[in-house]
Design a protein around this ligand. Structure first.
Ligand SMILES: [Zn+2]
Length: 401
């Protein structure tokens, strides 16, 4: 039997990176190296000229979302923050109350957040024909929102839906939020006040703390000493209408109180976020699709992730084993990164591999601009003459052949 692929965080400190080539220490050097990387011909004739991206939480920081790790490789936001594990969520009604209460408070901030310039730069790289697909560990849906035309594989799922742990049916998170508000009027009043006073919107952790609020990744908001035990959440409507069969063949019990809140007398119909929780296995179809995204490209560019989860790291390993050049843009160390660059020829300009120790926020839009200028020079056009997006794509496709 194949070993299931689980989402497990890697919390050991990571060594600081060495920029590659050495010129990639400066912004112009990094831009030149990344251009060489994206435009280099395939490393082997059987590899595609296109690049697949593997992205992580750092890309969404400019959208106001929390990152898991800081530059020194430790959990950045709250040193004591520990995400809920799948087995806890499944096993404990109390753990689920706590999870959904915090998610209820976090959803409004997540919903108000939007893709940033980094995501739109990915869209532009796709339009240029340089990026064939994105594999992301992020659950914020920013990639599919920013570039629906560049396929995105969401390795760890998405927060925009809930999924039933019994029937696997999916439901929109937005409607679920309305159900939570209806079932928890006191919490809803608190949330409305927090929104009205801006306590949830502030970037300043001190201001949040003053309001008794702590923000964590994945739309999790913590209210120290809050009465989580009073929180109520709905049952899966499908399983409530038609209780599923249990593994032993008997009919499951799905019961709700007078208002429709899941009752602890139930043994099925539990909704969870449609994310792969820590300690949960990645669905086989997602695992296969991620591998196909890697295999469909000739290069891998890792953006804004330390690849702390094994599920992400093994995709980079797969790319390396296929002989694909690997580029990494991330502030701070990346798990096992030395192995990805051990074979680079001294003096290579970026075509064989790139390591940039910078934020993607301004780097990616600058890279798009540089590529546009190069395409103008390559096409022999006046640098003042605008190139349409269609032409732009054709020019880069020609350059890659
Ligand atoms: Zn169900």
């Amino acid at each position: 039997m194949k070993k299931p692929l689980m989402r497990i965080p890697y919390t050991s400190p990571l060594p600081p990176p060495t920029p590659l080539p050495a010129t990639a220490r400066s912004l112009p050097g990094a831009l030149a190296a990344l251009q060489s990387f994206l435009l280099a011909p395939p490393a082997r004739p059987d590899l595609s000229p296109s690049t697949v991206l593997l992205t992580g939480a750092g890309l969404s920081v400019a959208s106001g979302l929390a990152d898991y790790r800081g530059a020194n490789g430790t959990y950045r936001v709250n040193a004591t923050y520990r995400p809920i594990y799948y087995h806890e969520f499944l096993a404990s009604h109390e753990a689920r109350k706590r999870y959904w209460a915090r998610s209820f408070l976090g959803w409004s901030s997540l919903r108000a957040a939007a893709p940033n310039a980094g995501h739109f730069a990915v869209r532009d790289l796709g339009r240029m024909g340089l990026v064939s697909a994105v594999v992301t560990q992020n659950v914020d849906s920013f990639h599919p929102r920013a570039h629906p035309e560049v396929p995105t594989l969401e390795l760890h799922g998405y927060l925009r839906a809930t999924v039933c742990t019994s029937c696997r049916g999916e439901f929109p998170r937005e409607a679920f939020q309305g159900d939570l508000a209806r079932l928890n009027p006191v919490w809803d009043a608190f949330l409305q006040e927090a929104i009205a006073t801006g306590a949830l919107a502030t970037e300043d952790p001190h201001a949040r703390r003053a309001a008794g609020i702590r923000m964590n990744p994945d739309g999790d908001v913590e209210l120290p000493a809050a009465p989580y035990t009073t929180f109520r959440y709905p049952a899966c409507p499908t399983c409530l209408g038609s209780p599923p069969r249990l593994a032993n063949g008997s009919r499951a019990r799905v019961e709700v109180d007078d208002d429709g809140a899941w009752s602890s007398t139930s043994n099925a119909g539990i909704l969870k976020p449609a994310v792969v929780m820590f300690g949960e296995s990645i669905p086989e179809r997602v695992k296969v699709a991620a591998e196909e995204a890697i295999d469909g490209a000739g290069k891998l560019l890792v953006l804004a992730t330390s690849m702390a989860t094994y599920s992400a790291w093994r995709l980079a390993k797969r790319a390396m084993d296929r002989g694909m050049p690997i580029g990494i843009v991330n502030i701070g160390g990346v798990r096992g990164e030395d192995a990805f660059f051990a074979h680079l020829a001294p003096g290579q300009a970026g075509g064989q591999g790139v390591r940039v120790d910078m934020s993607t926020d301004s780097l990616l839009p600058a890279l798009v601009e540089e590529l546009r200028q190069s395409s103008l020079r390559g096409a022999g056009a006046s640098p003042h003459k605008a190139v349409s997006q269609q032409n732009e794509g054709a020019i880069f496709k020609n350059m890659l052949q």
